[in-house]
Write a protein that binds this ligand. Sequence first.
Ligand SMILES: C[S@@+](CC[C@H](N)C(=O)[O-])C[C@H]1O[C@@H](n2cnc3c(N)ncnc32)[C@H](O)[C@@H]1O
Length: 238
Amino acid sequence: MPDSTNLASTHGKHFYGRRKGHTLSPRQNAMLDTLLPKLAVTIPDAPDAPIDIDALFARKDAPLWLEIGFGKGEHIATQAKWNPEVNLIGCEPFINGVVGLLYIIADEKQENIRIYPDDARDVLEHLPDASVERTFLLHPDPWPKTKHEKRRFVSQENLASLARVMKDGAELRIGTDHSNYARWTMLQLDRSPFFQWNATSADQWRIRPDDWPETRYQQKALKDGVSSVYLSFNRVSR
Ligand SMILES: C[S@@+](CC[C@H](N)C(=O)[O-])C[C@H]1O[C@@H](n2cnc3c(N)ncnc32)[C@H](O)[C@@H]1O
């Protein structure tokens, strides 16, 4: 659970989470200084200006996938490897996690990932309309106390932002190992006019699909005997 809260993000929003863990080694700092600038997504200054997706990636006109809160990057890196024809943007304000992903990208020479090392809501504000074909939100911070529920990423406001940037029919995947957060997610998605749940059987949300790589938090939960749910929604047609 995050231990430092209520810090303003680069773009003025309040981010309730942890930006730093243990002190970075000189090698990790060097990785941040050299590789991150080549892969970083820059947010345009003008409030309505869109991120130039074509300028970001070598492969133009490829499908764009988005991961919100990639942690140490295992899931986004695996998706990038399995789907070399796709461009991916990962957002993560926890700098130790960003370094983790940079190491994977450097080791595996991956070319289809770009990183926004801050609050995903900044990216959602500036992505072009209907530009994203799949979004991953995996094990978001659960903020279990009722008084903190406004901090949960799954909210009507964020769902509306996601709906704007996602194409008709695009998939929104949400995984969690917290039963309360799973219930919260279902309630919020049920209230949202923009998404529909596409499960037709219990197995579809109880069993991890083959193309849904395990994440660190999912594995942690499994070690504690807690299983996760695998929720998949589609952006309804405009
Ligand atoms: C519980 S961790 C899960 C990490 C990873 N998805 C996994 O399943 O192993 C939640 C992550 O979401 C990140 N996060 C929280 N709020 C965020 C936001 N507004 N934008 C992007 N990432 C966020 C946190 O920094 C944290 O790394």
